[in-house]
Design a protein around this ligand. Structure first.
Ligand SMILES: NC(=O)NCCC[C@H](N)C(=O)O
Length: 258
């Protein structure tokens, strides 16, 4: 049976110190952040995912953004080498959790850098963003790791936002969705659907037509409903203050067969 496990990582007491790059720092309400994480993980479970908690990383303010630490393709976990040095210590516990789930491990090595948030998979296509956190050597290493597994790796420039997946994600039918002012080169994606809000570009595929989305994108949710999808909405305001989005709070492991 295909696995439907989702790695998540508890919120660090130092969350408010998380990195901000493209936006102004705003005060984070820790209690609310905690509550929102609880609702986010509950939404995953209510939609058929078994959440697996990675050991807490209290000294890593950004540890909750677990997506950035790894890219899983088929049964291979390619451990990231985060572009921000302060985040590099987040990876070992994630690796341990993925080995526990039966993944084989590969790694991005120095001088490569790569954040999981820069990698968008849809079918066998793997888009990788070359931007502030992922360098050309990281792209090259990802290509070498995944092309041999049958992936078609497409590199795209990212200059306006933190990560590729801050700019675009993909619907279940493979259509790439993005908020045009933040997308460098929409023509690189086969089918591109513009959405009216920044957070409308962020969807997590829950299964069937269900899309996990942030409450800050009501018009995009309506657009997706009109197209026959089913938005499942969670408020992640405290994570958005740290440039996080719905994708970054979990790693969905879909392709493992157990
Ligand atoms: N994949 C993601 O969108 N990750 C968000 C990471 C936010 C964190 N404050 C960072 O700057 O690394």
């Amino acid at each position: 049976m295909p696995s439907t496990k989702a790695l998540v990582r508890p919120v660090s007491p130092r969350l408010a110190e998380g990195l901000v790059t493209h936006i102004e720092r705003a005060p984070v309400d820790h209690a609310l952040a905690h509550e929102q994480w609880g609702r986010y993980t509950a939404a995953l479970r209510e939609n058929g995912w078994e959440t697996v908690e990675v050991a807490a990383a209290d000294d890593h303010p950004d540890g909750v953004f677990v997506e950035d630490t790894v890219v899983v393709f088929r049964n291979v976990a390619l451990m990231a080498r985060p572009g921000a040095e302060s985040r590099r210590g987040e990876t070992p516990a994630v690796e341990e959790a993925l080995v526990g789930l039966g993944c084989s491990v590969n790694r991005i090595r120095e001088p490569g850098t790569l954040d999981g948030g820069d990698v968008l998979k849809t079918g066998d296509t793997v888009y990788v963003g070359r931007g502030g956190r992922t360098n050309a050597e990281g792209v090259r290493q990802l290509r070498a790791a995944f092309e041999q597994l049958g992936a078609r790796v497409v590199a795209v420039p990212v200059s306006k936002v933190l990560h590729l997946k801050s700019a675009v994600t993909a619907l279940p039918d493979g259509t790439v969705v993005g908020y045009p002012p933040l997308v460098d080169e929409p023509s690189l994606f086969g089918r591109f659907l513009p959405v009216p809000e920044e957070a409308g570009a962020h969807v997590v595929l829950l299964g069937g037509g269900r899309l996990l989305m942030a409450a800050s994108a009501p018009k995009s949710a309506e657009l997706f409903s009109e197209l026959g999808f089913e938005p499942v909405v969670v408020d992640i305001s405290e994570y958005e203050k740290l440039e996080g989005c719905v994708t970054c709070l979990s790693v969905r492991v879909r392709d493992l067969h157990t």
